[in-house]
Ligand binder design. Structure first.
Ligand code: URA
Length: 240
């Protein structure tokens, strides 16, 4: 592929910006200075450097964030810190965005990427991608709640939820549960519990499709997905 496309795919700007970058003398190909934008690059063997940093060919980036409370799932916000503010510098030249939203007070697994097709498919109501949440709930969660969630409950706006699987880890004054849903209505988990008269005190997403949260990530920390993890997320079939 052409050098300018190679650099554009790697997030170094628009074709126009890249032409400027190349013209400035910042780019070398196999140690040759001042290459032309149309120089042909074989991404398997050619060595491209921008200002002495090797450019490893990568069109898409997939990051797993352990989202902390207090940040919003947006690219920009006038009031709050966003999940994009947590992205390490090395990825900032990609046009990254979060795949869907977790509430400001929800923690856990959030994917950050520049792969629009994957994001669209993961969020599409037609794909029924399972998402699992761990929650602490005020009050005794019981088998009749599990049965109600399985049958579908009616939310405050009259919407009837799709069947969801409730696993009760511990039932008490504060219960601990895992809930798997296959849709993503606004505040869905909190509103499902409200529909059975209970309040979610703490919420954390622990799984999306077959991809589990890496619990060794500190809150606010993120890293790239491995090939296997991308597969678990559905990257092979959903990223097109
Ligand atoms: N359901 C909620 O209520 N909040 C979230 O952040 C995610 C799912």
């Amino acid at each position: 592929m052409r050098l300018d496309k190679y650099l554009a795919d790697c997030g170094y700007g628009t074709r126009k910006e890249i032409k400027k970058l190349i013209k400035s003398g910042a780019v070398t190909v196999n140690s040759v200075e001042n290459p032309l934008p149309e120089t042909k690059i074989d991404e398997n063997c050619d060595k491209v450097f921008v200002m002495n940093t090797e450019v490893i060919y990568k069109k898409f980036v997939y990051l797993m964030l352990n989202k902390p409370q207090g940040v919003v799932s947006a690219v920009w916000d006038k009031k709050f810190k966003t999940v994009i503010d947590l992205v390490p510098d090395e990825f900032l030249h990609y046009e990254l965005f979060p795949v869907g939203r977790l509430d400001i007070d929800t923690e856990g697994l959030l994917i950050i990427t520049n792969d629009g097709a994957l994001s669209h498919n993961l969020l599409s109501p037609k794909k029924h991608i399972p998402k699992t949440y761990y929650a602490k709930v005020l009050g005794k969660v019981n088998d009749s709640d599990a049965a109600a969630f399985k049958a579908g409950v009616t939310l405050d706006d009259g919407y009837k939820t799709k069947p969801a699987e409730l696993k009760i880890l511990n039932s008490g004054e504060i219960s601990e549960i895992e809930l798997t849903i296959t849709e993503g209505k606004f505040h869905q988990v909190k509103r499902m519990f409200e529909s059975v008269g209970k309040k979610v005190e703490f919420l954390k997403r622990i799984k999306m499709n077959a991809l589990g949260l890496d619990e060794s990530l500190e809150l606010g920390e993120m890293r790239e997905l491995t090939e296997d993890e991308l597969f678990d997320l559905g990257g092979n079939e959903l990223s097109r």
